[in-house]
Design a protein around this ligand. Structure first.
Ligand code: NDP
Length: 257
């Protein structure tokens, strides 16, 4: 009974920014559990490469070039997924950016806006458009990739724009969970610690910064993409049927100190 709750056969999942890092691991996890997976990613060649890799792993994978900040493109993709696959009952809002280590007083309008465009507007557009499909079907699970930065302020790198954007993702998650909870659509978030992906290279390659990161983490290490993907799989599946509006910290204990 319990293992069956993780079975995603017959479901379609859309993963934004699924071409690398955490998103790719999520696509693999959901695909291994039986879902059809649509990798929606900014760059065409990365889409192609990810889909080929997923197929080689036995995943029923499809690709779509998508910029999540383009609300029309998001609506068009939702319409295409509805036409091609009969809808999507899983959405992983993973696409996000973090051009960190910029002091608040030096943050330009463009830098601030860019982070909110991708990390907040993009998440909302995808929730709205794929949420419509889920509400019409009376079922669905949305998993937003937030961050421990939505709870705490990272040290030593200044990144007010990123922290604020991820706090917004967490509260959007709770707001949509309340609006859609009685209509069969669950909305949850995962709040990761530092995960080894291209996004954290700037710190992982800086010995002093890396030492601070690890010293502040009870488990004393960075995480791996698959450790977030397994949490996403739980939230996407029926194994988490009573969870909505939850922000799960997958953070090696970082937010305990
Ligand atoms: P990566 O940069 O490795 O992957 C993110 C992917 O999203 C990239 O392929 C990126 O493309 C794509 N992307 C960026 N902008 C858009 C857009 N506008 N539309 C569609 N796709 C886009 O990052 P991670 O895998 O590390 O991060 C994934 C998520 O996890 C993000 O939301 C991040 O904030 C969050 N997170 C990551 C942590 C970490 O330590 N790695 C910690 C906490 C949260 P491109 O490279 O071309 O920009």
């Amino acid at each position: 009974m319990y293992l069956e709750m993780f079975n995603l056969k017959g479901r379609t999942a859309v993963v934004t920014g699924g071409g690398q890092g955490i998103g790719f691991a999520c696509a693999q996890a959901l695909g291994e559990a039986g879902a059809k997976v649509v990798v929606a990613e900014l760059l065409a060649d990365r889409v192609e490469k990810a889909v080929a890799e997923l197929k080689a792993l036995g995943v029923d994978a499809y690709g779509a070039e998508l910029d999540v900040t383009d609300s029309k493109a998001v609506a068009d993709l939702a319409a295409k997924v509805a036409a091609d696959h009969g809808g999507a009952s899983i959405l992983v809002n993973n696409a996000g950016i973090a051009f960190s280590d910029v002091k608040a007083e030096d943050t330009s309008d463009e830098h601030w806006a860019k982070h909110f465009r991708v990390n907040v507007d993009g998440v909302f557009y995808c929730c709205r458009e794929f949420g419509k499909l889920m509400l019409a079907a009376g079922k669905g699970s949305v998993v937003n990739i937030g961050s421990m930065s939505g709870f705490i302020v990272n040290k030593p790198q200044p990144q007010s724009f990123y922290n604020a954007s991820k706090a917004a993702v967490h509260h959007l998650t709770k707001s949509l969970a309340c609006e859609w909870g009685a209509r069969g659509v669950r909305v949850n978030s995962v709040a990761p610690t530092y995960i080894e992906t291209p996004l954290t290279l700037f710190g992982a390659q800086n010995q002093e910064m890396l030492k601070t990161w690890l010293d502040m983490t009870p488990m004393g290490r960075m995480g791996q993409p698959h450790e977030i993907a397994s949490t996403v799989l739980f939230l996407a599946s029926d194994a988490s049927s009573l969870l909505t509006g939850s922000i799960i910290a997958a953070d090696g204990g970082y937010t305990c100190w």
